[in-house]
Design a protein around this ligand. Structure first.
Ligand code: PMP
Length: 430
């Protein structure tokens, strides 16, 4: 163990998981590459958990951050804050939510916590619908809506949560159905759950593409079909866009737009890549919901001028360079190459995802049993081949996750796919 690893173990919580048998200290990044303390260079296909959204050391973001830091770093929400107002205006407009208000936090957990506070206060109910296999954060409230045992350290909760089907298309009791029948079965399940709960459920919270759950998603339109049922009961729809935000899926700016037939969600949460690495989270809601709290609330660090400057520069860059289109075309190329490379590997059950949000699910050859050991070995082998990726998936962490910065080039996609193919051949070949 390196000295730093020993020191990490000695002073930080045991549950703060580190990747790799010999963890990496990343000391520098540029574009889609990072360097470790030993000078090794890696193609970064995980972006620090989808958080370096655009590129490492993007000059436009670095400049905005340093210029703002040179003026003022912090003032708090007690004073007017121009970058915060500007970013709120732009996110409100982009959100698709009418008469939108934006509240900034410092993390996705806190964003979801705020959304839960708003929805439960608005509906005067602590009942929440969440998806099986979901992840929404690490706080006491967020853990209470997490349908993933591996990320649920307690069953105690301030919420009464009912879990419904739909986030995982290719496993579970409805996996064999066609898309239309799958959606119909999930809607029937939702109705069944609602028929058995106390009236007055506050909200459904869902990730359009489940991130920690292994980049799984329902057929397009499922949440629109859910929305019709929710509307019959006045139940709010919260879309957790912490991983899908700002065009990562290639097809839409937000993940909910793949489910837009019944209108926009009531609340939307975002975080991770919005500040290209600066800590920005937040919630968007219709004014009537956002303004419904009858006590003061603040976030001391939420909306800090430095993070907002980063968010504005990042958003401008992303739109000016149409990175959503890049996610679509380069993501399609990467998916195609990975699919071809995995075609004859018996340990690969599925290559899935959209845009630059791709998952490779590993199983014990000839079975449907998740192969956690193969996933860990593939992660190590990819690292040895100079590529950083992530892991995820239900209770078993058997899915490799590929989610690079959205500026990934076609050449880098080819290099990454070749390195991953090599890593998978060595570990999931059968
Ligand atoms: N929601 C989703 C969908 C996430 O993936 C995450 C983080 N993995 C969170 C919320 C929590 O965000 P944070 O880690 O910033 O608190």
């Amino acid at each position: 163990m390196s000295g730093l690893h020993d020191r990490h173990r000695a002073v930080l919580p045991d549950w703060l998981a580190l990747y790799y048998d010999e963890p990496i200290e990343i000391v520098r990044g540029e574009g889609r590459h990072v360097w470790d303390a030993a000078g090794n260079r890696y193609l970064d296909l995980f972006g620090g958990i989808l958080t370096t959204m655009t590129a490492h050391a993007l000059p436009e973001v670095t400049k905005a951050v340093s210029e703002q830091a040179g003026r003022i770093i912090h003032s708090s929400t007690l004073y007017l804050n121009r970058p915060m107002v500007e970013l709120a205006e732009r996110i409100a407009e982009l959100s698709g939510i009418p008469d939108a208000r934006v509240f900034f936090t410092t993390s996705g957990t806190e964003a979801n916590d705020a959304a839960l506070l708003l929805a439960t206060a608005h509906r005067r109910s602590n009942q929440i619908l969440a998806m099986r296999n979901s992840y929404h954060g690490r706080s006491f409230s967020a853990v209470g809506i997490t349908g993933n045992k591996g990320w649920s350290p307690t069953s105690l909760s301030p919420l009464a949560t009912h879990y419904v089907h739909g986030g995982v298309r290719t496993r579970g009791p409805f996996a064999h159905l066609s898309d239309a029948d799958f959606t119909a079965a999930c809607v029937a399940d939702l109705r069944d759950v609602l028929g058995q709960t106390r009236p007055g459920v506050a909200a459904l919270i869902a990730e359009p593409v489940q991130g920690v759950g292994g980049f799984t998603s329902p057929p397009d339109g499922l949440y629109a079909a859910f929305r019709e049922v929710l509307d019959e009961h006045g139940i709010l729809w919260i879309t957790d866009e912490v991983q899908t935000g700002w065009g990562r899926t290639g097809d839409h700016f937000w993940g909910w737009q793949a489910h837009a037939e019944s209108g926009p969600p009531d609340l939307l949460t975002f975080a991770k890549g919005i500040g290209n690495g600066m800590s920005i989270g937040g919630v968007v809601a219709r004014a009537e919901i956002m303004n419904g709290l009858d006590a003061n609330s603040i976030s001391t660090f939420g909306g800090s001028p430095v993070t907002m400057a980063a968010g504005l520069a990042n958003l401008t860059y992303l739109l000016d360079h149409d990175l959503m289109a890049n996610a679509r075309t380069v993501g399609a190329l990467l998916r195609e190459q990975l699919t071809a490379a995995c075609a004859d590997l018996p340990g690969v059950r599925e290559v899935r995802g959209r845009g630059l949000m791709l998952g490779v699910e590993l199983v014990r050859p000839g079975t449907l049993e998740p192969d956690q050991a193969a996933a860990s070995a593939a992660l190590e082998a990819a690292r040895a081949a100079g590529v950083l990726i992530g892991k995820g998936g239900g209770h078993d962490t058997s899915v490799l996750r590929v989610a690079p910065p959205l500026t990934l080039t076609a050449q880098e996609a080819r290099e990454g796919a070749a390195a991953l193919a090599q890593a998978l051949r060595a570990t999931a070949g059968g």
